[in-house]
Structure formats: structure tokens, C-alpha cells
Design a protein. Structure first.
Length: 243
């Protein structure tokens, strides 16, 4: 997994594993950055740009959980192959021993009407990342009420980057285990809409890069950028100050 050979220093364990340089629609390269603290990742040399979640595009094609009128929004750029994203979503990465933030955020903020979360593509870790993101869009298009269940199941199933779980066959096998999802229907939807979904994925990644997100995970809430797999307290503080 990305980050397995990083320093044992606690300030580096949770840093964003890769940062990318986007030139037009192409990823030009990737470099390692050490973090300044849990979940922190150094951004471009020019510094962190100012952000405002109100500037984040939320279209009909963007999966959202929570009340549409929730007072706080959290935008989340991620890659289903990213172990740091898994650490935030469901945990279970020994090398990244943080409490997963997402379950608490959903229970205490989303389900109580305080927060909505929009899920943004940043699929940059290879072919399996792209395949997973394509199915993300298909699930949202056809079964929006099942999206979050499928999303969490994908992270629970994640094993290693560039190998094992993540290709189309394994994703379809997982889909067959989730009641209410039809694997054949989803496969057909991906085949019919692949170009459109790829365009949406490109737009999301370019939007994230504009806000200074150079790896995964990356979050914006209010006027705060959280550039990495940070701890639960960081997310709660950023949300609570808006309530």
C-alpha cells in the first residue's frame, strides 16, 4: 500500500501518500510529501489556497448523503484504492491507527440533519480506481438510496493498491452481496455511460486541484481545507464552528 515504507514518525504516518501535478487533464507525476501532523499533507509550494465549500459544485451527478437543507456541507474527494481514505471511512489499516471519522459524522451529524456530505472523485491510483469510480456513478444514478451502503462496502473490501480487490469482476461480486442492487443492470449502465462518467470524474479531480487538493483524501467544509486522513476531532471542530 502507498505509505507502508514511510517513516514511523507519527507526524508522517497519516500524511497524504501522493501529490499529483495536473497539467490539463493529465497527471504529470507524483511525489511524496511528509505531513506536518496527523492527516496533514504539504500542498504546493505556493501555499494553501483560500477555500469555501460554497464554491464547490454539487450537481445531480454528485452523490450526497444527508438533508439537502443541512446547515453544514462536507465535500470529500477520495479514491476507492486509497488506504488513507479507508482509514477515514471505515478504519482497519494497521499502519494508519486513527479512529475512522465517517461513522461518527454520519451518526451524529448527517442523521441528525446537521450535515450533508458530497462525494467527489479523485481516482488517480490506477485502473481499479477508475473502475470503482465508474461504478460509483452507476450506483448513484440507479440506486441512490443504496449509495452509502455500497460506498462503505467498497472500503471494507479494499485490500491493496494495484492488486486484489478493485477490478470490475470483484466489484460486481461485491454488488451481488448487497440486497437491492442488480449487478447486471449496473454493468450495463457503466458500459452505456462510461464516457459521460469519465468526464464527470475529470471535472471533480480538476475542481479538487483548484482548491489545493493534491492527493487523497481531501475535504472542504466551511472555509477549511482538511488535506489528509485527519482524526475525528479535526472534523468535529471544523463542523461545530459552523453550527
Amino acid at each position: 500500500m502507498t505509505g507502508e515504507n514511510s517513516s514511523a514518525d507519527a507526524t508522517q504516518k497519516f500524511s497524504i501518500p501522493l501529490a499529483i501535478v495536473v497539467a490539463g487533464a493529465l497527471i504529470a507525476g507524483a511525489v511524496y510529501f511528509s505531513g506536518a501532523g496527523p492527516g496533514a499533507g504539504n500542498l504546493a509550494a505556493a501555499g494553501t489556497p483560500s477555500v469555501n465549500v460554497k464554491d464547490v459544485t454539487i450537481g445531480a451527478d454528485d452523490p450526497v448523503i444527508g438533508n439537502a437543507n443541512a446547515p453544514v456541507t462536507l465535500a470529500y474527494w477520495f479514491d476507492y484504492q486509497c488506504p488513507y481514505c479507508k482509514a477515514v471511512d471505515v478504519g482497519g489499516i494497521p499502519q494508519i491507527p486513527i479512529e475512522p471519522a465517517m461513522p461518527t459524522l454520519v451518526k451524529d451529524y448527517v442523521e441528525t440533519g446537521k450535515l450533508k456530505i458530497v462525494f467527489k472523485d479523485y481516482a488517480f491510483l490506477g485502473e481499479d480506481s477508475t473502475t470503482a469510480a465508474l461504478y460509483k456513478h452507476a450506483v448513484w444514478a440507479l440506486y441512490p438510496e443504496k449509495f452509502y451502503e455500497w460506498h462503505e462496502a467498497m472500503f471494507h473490501a479494499q485490500d491493496e493498491e494495484h492488486g486484489g480487490f478493485g477490478d470490475e469482476a470483484s466489484i460486481l461480486a461485491l454488488i451481488k452481496k448487497i440486497p437491492g442492487l442488480d449487478a447486471n443492470t449496473l454493468k450495463a449502465n457503466v458500459a452505456a455511460n462510461k464516457d459521460a462518467y469519465l468526464a464527470l470524474m475529470k471535472e471533480d479531480q480538476q475542481e479538487g486541484a483548484k482548491f489545493g487538493i493534491q492527493g487523497t483524501p481531501g475535504f472542504i467544509t466551511g472555509k477549511k481545507l482538511i488535506p489528509g486522513a485527519d482524526d475525528l476531532a479535526t472534523f468535529k471542530a471544523a463542523i461545530d464552528e459552523q453550527l
